[in-house]
Design a protein around this ligand. Structure first.
Ligand SMILES: [Zn+2]
Length: 181
């Protein structure tokens, strides 16, 4: 059985609704492991080795792996309401219902940001470039996050995390610590 209350308190209503629609197995069965690298789902050491070689021959992959690991470790260690950590997690994967994302799912036609009408509403616009957002960062005295030298959203998010964790781990948690989960 889904824990409906937990789902509803963790995810936005529309997402919770979708998750709750996923049918669960009616009979109990043991979980088993499936290897994604092979269509059959079976693990072949030879092929796993080949995949590892491809991945490790590219130094960017190693850096991305370390970045990913550190970022998500820091994120889940933050004592913030799960709603906020999950929003950051979703943003980091670009799993947000921005108008640009909704258009790619053929749910929306118009992608112009309804707040400023000066740009397309993608993840970077929502969190960085929208004048409304810039104003909010300013009011929170967090204008330093508006570093326009950094292009990609992922680089920007991880850059903020590095800054926050080097300077003061409690920078954000102090504000939200008392809100509860
Ligand atoms: Zn805007």
């Amino acid at each position: 059985m889904w824990k409906i209350d937990l789902m509803k308190s963790t995810f936005p209503a529309n997402i919770a609704q979708k998750i709750l629609q996923i049918p669960l197995a009616e009979t109990l069965g043991a979980d088993f492991q499936v290897w994604k690298g092979e269509l059959s789902g079976e693990l072949w050491v030879r092929n796993a080795y080949k995949l590892l070689q491809i991945a490790s021959s590219d130094p960017n992959n190693i850096l991305i792996q370390v970045d990913l690991k550190n970022f998500y470790k820091q994120l889940w260690n933050l004592k913030l309401p799960s709603k906020i950590t999950i929003t950051v997690w979703r943003a980091s994967w670009n799993y947000m219902p921005t108008l640009v994302n909704l258009r790619s799912k053929r749910v929306a036609d118009n992608t112009i940001c309804p707040h400023c009408r000066s740009g397309e509403e993608d993840i970077s616009h929502v969190f960085r470039h929208c004048p409304v957002t810039t104003k909010v960062w300013q009011m929170l005295e967090l204008s330093w996050v508006n570093n326009l030298m950094i292009q990609s959203f992922w680089d920007w998010v991880t850059w903020i995390f590095r800054g926050v964790f080097i300077n003061n781990v409690d920078y954000f948690t102090a504000e939200y610590g008392s809100c509860g989960g």
